[in-house]
Design a protein around this ligand. Structure first.
Ligand code: ADP
Ligand code: MG
Length: 292
């Protein structure tokens, strides 16, 4: 492409809220065969809410919620905010936790009033030698509903299964339909539970799902998606997405996301609206076609 056509193309994109930090990305986008998207905060709003709280036999819901929220009050994960908010809403007073520990991609733990409280994904409990089998059916149902099941243990005993749900952005379904209409494969990459991710992908018509990816595993996930030399664009907003944004053929960051994601991307979507990805690819195809 000529410098002039790239200037015109990136100028048009800017009017549509799509900022090209590098002009070459306009050209690279034309050849993209796969668009991989982070789920939380990219396809969804990134503000989960607590939807279910099922206490195990012998545990009182309000007590478990208080202990779990006391731990989550220390975490910066969006899931933590959902749980802490739910406790605040119920007027539960939170104790100061001790020995707080966050294991990225797994969960959090701390001592509250001397008791060990652990909260996180099934793999977090399993890594700590706790079976979640008692809640297998409940977790499966929650996952099918697109909710994320989490587990809480108190003093090494499974105390509750908790679910959070993160709403899909209103503009996402149309963006996915339009991407598929452009002929690209759409893939979801997420650290979330497999069943949850698959339920959300099914609602959106996304065929390829890479779920339960550890925070440092997103690059490996996209390397597999672009096997055979297919060009790949990655769309994300979080700290965990920065390496994938840099490794992709074209990285597109959500402008309302973290600074490190924006700095790692060639393209920034000024709003969180994924129709910006569609506009960027369509513009790229139009621009490059024009100058041939
Ligand atoms: P994502 O950004 O897709 O949520 P993460 O790697 O941040 O992926 O988290 C993966 C999973 O780890 C979450 O779905 C959740 O099950 C568990 N997890 C991580 N942090 C917490 C936390 N503070 N409280 C409860 N669960 C957590
Ligand atoms: Mg995200």
């Amino acid at each position: 492409a000529t410098p002039t056509s790239i200037m015109v193309g990136t100028g048009r994109a800017a009017e549509l809220g799509v900022l090209f930090r590098q002009g070459e990305a306009l050209q690279a986008l034309r050849d993209v065969a796969v668009v991989a998207l982070d789920k939380t905060g990219t396809l969804t709003q990134g503000k989960p809410e607590l939807t279910d709280f099922i206490a195990a036999d012998g545990f009182a819901e309000i007590d478990v919620l208080g202990l779990v929220a006391a731990v989550e009050a220390r975490s910066e994960h969006p899931i933590a905010a959902a749980i802490a908010d739910a406790a605040r809403l119920r007027g539960v007073a939170l104790q100061q936790p001790e020995a707080f520990e966050a294991v990225p991609g797994y969960g959090v733990s701390a001592r509250v009033g001397g008791r060990l409280v652990e909260v996180g994904a099934d793999r977090f409990m399993e890594a700590r030698g706790l079976s979640v089998a008692a809640f297998a059916e409940a977790a499966e149902r929650l996952g099918h509903e697109g909710r994320t099941p989490l587990y809480a243990a108190i003093e090494g005993r499974l105390a509750a299964v908790i679910a959070v749900a993160d709403a899909i952005k209103p503009s996402t379904p149309e963006a996915i339909r339009a991407l598929k209409a452009l002929g690209v494969e759409v893939a979801m990459v997420t650290g979330d539970n497999r069943r949850t991710a698959e339920a959300i992908a099914a609602r959106l018509g996304i065929d390829t799902v890479v779920a339960e990816v550890l925070p440092d595993g997103k690059v490996e996930a996209i390397e597999r998606l672009r096997a055979g030399g297919r060009k790949l664009a990655y769309v994300g907003d979080g700290i965990n997405d920065a390496p994938a944004l840099a490794a992709a053929d074209v990285g597109l960051a959500i402008g309302t996301g973290t600074d490190i994601a924006i700095e790692s991307a060639e393209v920034v979507l000024m709003s969180g609206d994924l129709r910006g990805v569609v506009n960027a690819i369509a513009l790229s195809q139009a621009t490059i076609r024009n100058i041939k």
